[in-house]
Ligand binder design. Structure first.
Ligand code: URA
Ligand code: SF4
Length: 195
């Protein structure tokens, strides 16, 4: 995997991250310790999008650094990829209280940041983790039916996966995740065909 960042979009991503850290566009800013703009490669072609930061992420200002993140690292290692090869972020950049689902108004308020990240990163493959992230791209989707499918979305490949937290709660879902993630190379090949 080529993970040499092109400096042009790296700088813009860093500027965007600074804007996220000082953002007060929705109520979630009030409860945050740190905003979590996202991290990883600006040029790897893969963007992984979770739901929102949890307690560990809020403490460290980095995405997927708790138990879900450990499982995500293990899943990526099967490809093999590391988190430095991909860009990881969330639908909302500040932690919802008690890890509740983000409210539609919060998702809407935060949406311009995710959109700008997609513009800058121009990912070939968008991997969504969990239902909420999938619905952002595929409102009619059903995670139980669509997980692991290689779908097209606006000239990119959309590859919805279960959320690692669901895998931690349910061994059957963890198995599905382990099987699904093995199709990521196929998703990348599909992306090469449509781009
Ligand atoms: N769950 C998410 O959806 N995102 C994180 O960053 C961590 C846990
Ligand atoms: Fe701003 Fe998004 Fe944080 Fe809300 S969740 S305060 S919109 S960065």
């Amino acid at each position: 995997m080529n993970n040499a960042d092109t400096s042009a979009n790296r700088g813009s991503l860093d500027e965007l991250a600074a804007a996220v850290r000082s953002c007060t566009s929705c109520g979630l800013h009030a409860g945050r310790t740190n905003a979590v703009p996202g991290s990883g490669s600006a040029s790897g072609g893969i963007m992984i999008i979770g739901e929102g930061p949890g307690a560990n992420e809020d403490e460290q200002g980095l995405p997927f650094v708790g138990r879900s993140g450990k499982l995500l690292d293990e899943l990526l290692a099967e490809i093999p990829l590391s988190r430095e090869d991909v860009f990881i972020t969330n639908v909302v950049k500040c932690r919802p209280p008690y890890n509740r689902d983000p409210l539609p108004a919060e998702v809407t308020a935060c949406r311009p940041y995710l959109e700008r990240q997609m513009e800058l990163l121009d990912p070939k493959v968008i991997v969504t983790l969990g239902r909420h992230s999938m619905l952002r791209f595929y409102p009619k989707g059903k995670i139980s039916k669509d997980h692991g499918k290689i779908l097209e979305w606006e000239g990119r490949i959309l590859f919805p996966l279960y959320h690692p937290a669901a895998g931690l709660r349910n061994p059957a879902i963890k198995q599905e995740l382990q099987q699904d993630v093995l199709r990521l190379p196929e998703a990348l090949r599909a992306a090469a065909r449509i781009s």
